[in-house]
Design a protein around this ligand. Sequence first.
Ligand SMILES: Nc1ncnc2c1ncn2[C@@H]1O[C@H](COP(=O)(O)OP(=O)(O)OP(=O)(O)O)[C@@H](O)[C@H]1O
Length: 327
Amino acid sequence: MGIEVVVDGLTKSFGRQNIWQNVSLTLPAGEVSVMLGPSGTGKTVFLKSIIGLLKPEQGRVLINGVDMVNSPEREIMETRKLFGLMFQDGALFGSMSLFDNIAFPLREHTRKKESEIRRIVMERIDIVGLLGAEGKLPGEISGGMRKRAGLARALVLDPQIILCDEPDSGLDPVRTAYLSQLLIDLNAQIDATMLIVTHNLDIAATVPDNMGMLFCRNLVTFGPREVLLTSEVPVVAQFLAGRREGPIGMSEEKDAATLAAEQVNGGGAGAGPRTVVPQLEPSPGMPVRQAALRRRERVAAMMGQLPQAARTAILNSYTPTAGGARP
Ligand SMILES: Nc1ncnc2c1ncn2[C@@H]1O[C@H](COP(=O)(O)OP(=O)(O)OP(=O)(O)O)[C@@H](O)[C@H]1O
């Protein structure tokens, strides 16, 4: 099972530019979480801070008792082996076949025999649906296939925590839908903790167990998906509706006068209550997603603290008619 990631009071700046401050959240073990936020709000910086590639000035990131911010570098390097990373562009080597790209971390970080490497690589290639394409170069395949190859490479070292940075970038809506299903199937198969950074509203609505949003140097909120999907916090509602009206402007924040003028003109009104679409289920033949079972218990324990709209959405998701019934 994946490992819990505890982020506690994290603050990161570059020089005098504060990126975000006092960010605290817990990625529950084995569950899928999504981090949303307008461009430039520091989502990638957040991923890099979790894995210890960037050093926030304050706070901790605790994984199995190791603090990825303050522990000795040797411990951080060791803990980094628990991670699988999927970058925006797949980050494949252009001159290597998909097979060699996917085998790379195994050849680099383990002493496994070639026969064992072949077995592992072909298994991961199968999981992401690329069997038959292993001999191709990255330049000979589509962007969606490159993403899946990047995902296969992220999987070869049996990660317990997977970080995906905008896995949908450059994909058409159909490929994005396939990718969403692949992420859920993957979670059912390997039960790893997953954090996905995305702008994609379809992924946000259908994939994660939990969602958070960064805006204006703060974590606006983080919790069960239904909390964000029913939220009336203006910045969350605006982002999820993809509207111009609201606090998010072209370069992040709108000024108070523009916002006030929008209010006078009834900006944002009439959006109405949002419907919560069911979360994706694993494909037929996949194992039951253990994270969904654990999350059900976890969320039941916090029901009393959740807003009414989120509670209703959660309870609706358990009824078979909502299509979100859990075994
Ligand atoms: N190594 C760095 N040195 C200085 N500034 C940086 C560095 N890395 C990121 N930044 C700045 O941090 C801010 C947040 O960048 P980041 O890439 O995390 O945003 P993001 O939310 O992932 O954006 P997008 O959704 O557009 O990918 C940006 O202003 C960026 O210029």
